[in-house]
Design a protein around this ligand. Structure first.
Ligand code: ZN
Length: 365
């Protein structure tokens, strides 16, 4: 069938909205009419070839849509179902089988190397295959997704709002709820107040952290952080965030999340921890980044550093939980969002890059 997609042809280039061809869904696959897709920093990393996604490609990995047609053997969804598109995983490896699809052994291959699980492509432009991204390529009016990556959602919530639950929002909130698991009343510092960091702050607030500290360099983001539950905010342009955090918490925080993906910030997060503190690295710094950590400080204070991908969540369990919290008013993710038309995709990218928009969502209709 014919469809429209925002195609990325070469490194760093703006999207071009073009008419392309989409194959039929194969066995285990589902044709989705995409309603909306969030824009995430990882799309830009792929566009700029910091991750080696073969171009040309249809990027986009925070899609939400309606099931149009199912391939052979599909049982989880039927036409008309509302779905959030999740990350690709194999479903067969040690980590998938043990309930940790976010560390699937084939995660990098299936999400970044351009092909569906069987090694072929579904999107084509003048006979040439277009790379798939994250198993979903959501910057288009339709796409084909493996059944395994879909999460069915309630029809009484605005579907256009839900795409980012499949990546940025679950990454921030899942890290807090599924991985760090802070005790009620404990303290947490979140470095970076973009969509991922603000999602971590909303989650920390929803589950009862006592002290929630947001660190960023943009005052408008810090204002929003306060609205979403931060008890303290620090502009790292003006002061040393480690000293400030120690002052606020009388010695250091119990938990921290590094969402900025900037070299040097992990070190600050580790230094800001108190005894037995745990820090999660969530932001993706440039490949090859290394950090200097004070090893004796880590040892003597029994600190832990852990990486977390996709919020350590099983999307079919966690995304409906977040939607419940949203319906109860405990997870106001709509406050992060600004909607754009499909033909405003490049503006949406520019506004995300400048920090003007926290979470841009492109509506396809
Ligand atoms: Zn796997």
């Amino acid at each position: 069938m014919q469809m429209k997609a925002a195609v990325t042809h070469s490194k760093g280039e703006e999207f071009r909205i073009e008419t392309i061809q989409l194959d039929e869904p194969k066995s285990g696959e589902v044709l989705i009419r995409v309603v909306a897709s969030g824009i995430c920093h990882t799309d830009m990393i792929a566009r700029d070839q910091e991750y080696p996604v073969p171009l040309p490609a249809v990027l986009g990995h925070e899609g939400a849509g309606v099931v149009e047609k199912v391939g052979e053997g599909v049982t989880y969804v039927q036409p008309g179902d509302h779905v959030v598109l999740g990350f690709a995983h194999c479903g067969k490896c040690h980590y998938c089988l043990s309930g940790r699809p976010y560390v699937c052994e084939r995660f990098f291959e299936l999400n970044f190397l351009g092909n569906m699980e069987d090694g072929t492509k579904r999107h084509h432009c003048e006979e040439k295959g277009l790379s798939n991204f994250f198993g979903q390529s959501s910057f288009g009016t339709y796409t084909i997704v493996n059944e395994r990556n879909l999460v069915k959602v309630d029809k009484d919530v605005d579907l256009a709002l839900l795409g980012p639950l499949g990546c940025g929002i679950q990454t921030g909130s899942g890290t807090v709820i599924n991985k760090l698991k802070p005790e009620a009343g404990s303290s947490i510092a979140v470095f970076g107040a973009g969509a991922v960091g603000l999602s971590a702050i909303m989650a920390a607030n929803a589950i009862g952290c006592g002290t929630i500290i947001a660190v960023d360099v943009h005052d408008n983001r810090l204002e929003l952080a306060k609205e979403l539950g931060a008890t303290h905010v620090i502009n790292a342009r003006n002061v040393d965030p480690v000293e400030e955090i120690k002052k606020i918490t009388n010695g250091g925080v119990n938990y921290a999340a590094e969402t900025a993906g900037r070299p040097g910030v992990l070190r600050q997060a580790v230094d800001a921890l108190t005894f037995c503190g745990v820090v999660a690295q969530i932001g993706a710094p440039p490949l090859g980044t290394d950090e200097k950590i004070d090893t004796n400080n880590l040892l003597l204070l029994n600190k832990t550093i852990t990486g977390v991908v996709e919020g350590a969540c099983v999307p079919r369990i966690f995304i409906p939980q977040l939607i419940n919290l949203y319906k109860q008013g405990k997870f106001p993710m709509d406050k992060l969002v600004k909607f754009y038309r499909f033909d405003e995709s490049n503006q949406a990218v520019a506004d995300s890059h400048s920090g003007k928009t926290i979470k841009a969502i492109i509506k396809m209709d």
